[in-house]
Write a protein that binds this ligand. Structure first.
Ligand code: DP6
Length: 320
């Protein structure tokens, strides 16, 4: 691991992941335990690259996409990490090649890359599993970006596991609005838990959805997975809408995309949608359908950009 650690710092990359069985709600906010299991695919060409070096001054310095930032989530997480490990003041430079905090899982890839770089730079000696636990403490979805391809985050231990699916699906991401989301996921989740009458049903049924999804994946049952993933997505957005005040992350183009994807499927194209805490739509499809899906989504009014990506690796160090 130390081959990537130089005087200039240690660099790691991680990729966002897209949940097909969604996580929305915590049973513990101290170490960030989800209330229900989730299941995701990690993407390839979208990437966060993070370089960590020992700071020359008395404080941590955090640079996100070239701008010096005070990030309270990173700061609080570093305090926790220093309770357990001897970590010097750090200079952190992190860049995303996709819009930050707009429902494209930048905190997932961000914290997966960060713990991977810190682990090597500070020689913490954590294995992938332990890194996933530290990533989860920052952002539960970040634990899943420690793993490539198909990942699960499930109890009782709440660290990441992989599913050996050998099923190379493609994802067409339709970006409708690249600006930052209005309500951060962790804030929205707490509001849903506190105020939505649907929350207990969401937690209970998500565990069943998770078990069923793993069976569809093992059988490469695309139609079964499509129905279940859309159900999990719409159920999460139903929970969000029933929160007080209501959480509405969609834009008109989000809804137009959902209809377009359902029309494609009705015409026999193997594709389904999912949407996270933002207005972008991710269309998951079999590889042979990706070009058709991308062409259709790009034609929808309000779509600013489409990205056609495959499944990618877990967080890893890169040579400087
Ligand atoms: C809608 O992992 O960002 O993308 O643990 O509070 O940081 P925190 O939340 P986060 O939430 C992701 C929510 C989601 C669904 C998912 O990725 O499972």
């Amino acid at each position: 691991m130390s081959h990537s650690t130089t005087a200039q710092g240690t660099t790691a990359q991680a990729h966002p992941n897209i949940a097909l069985i969604k996580y929305w709600g915590k049973s513990d906010t101290l170490v960030n335990l989800p209330s229900a299991p989730s299941l995701s695919i990690t993407l390839d060409t979208l990437v966060t690259e993070t370089t960590v070096s020992t700071a020359s001054g008395q404080n941590d310095e955090v640079w996100l996409d070239g701008e010096k930032t005070i990030d309270l989530k990173i700061a609080g997480w570093l305090v926790d990490l220093r309770h357990r490990f001897d970590v010097p003041m750090l200079e952190i430079h992190s860049t995303n090649n996709f819009p930050t905090a707009s429902g494209l899982a930048s905190s997932a890839s961000g914290f997966a890359a960060l713990i991977t770089a810190i682990n090597a730079h500070c020689e913490l000696g954590l294995d992938n599993n332990q890194c996933s636990i530290w990533a989860r403490r920052a952002s539960a979805s970040a634990a899943r970006s420690m793993q490539g391809d198909w990942a699960t985050l499930a109890g009782p231990h709440w660290h990441v596991n992989s599913i050996e699916a050998d099923w190379p699906l493609r994802v067409v991401v339709a970006i409708t609005d690249p600006t930052r989301k209005a309500v951060a996921s962790s804030v929205g989740m707490a509001q849903s838990k506190d105020t939505s009458p649907y929350y207990p049903a969401w937690v209970e049924t998500t565990t069943q959805d998770f078990d069923a999804a793993t069976k569809h994946i093992a059988a490469h049952d695309f139609a079964g997975l499509a129905a279940l993933a859309e159900h999990s997505c719409l159920k999460m957005h139903g929970l969000m809408l029933s929160t007080q005040p209501g959480l509405l992350y969609w834009k008109p183009a989000t809804l137009a995309l959902i209809h377009a994807i359902r029309e494609l499927r009705a015409d026999g194209v193997p594709v389904f949608f999912t949407v996270d805490a933002g207005p972008q739509v991710k269309a998951i499809c079999l590889p042979e359908a990706a070009a058709t899906v991308e062409q259709k989504l790009a034609s929808i009014e309000g779509v600013q950009q489409t990205l056609n990506v495959g499944l990618g690796p877990g967080a890893h160090l890169v040579d400087p």
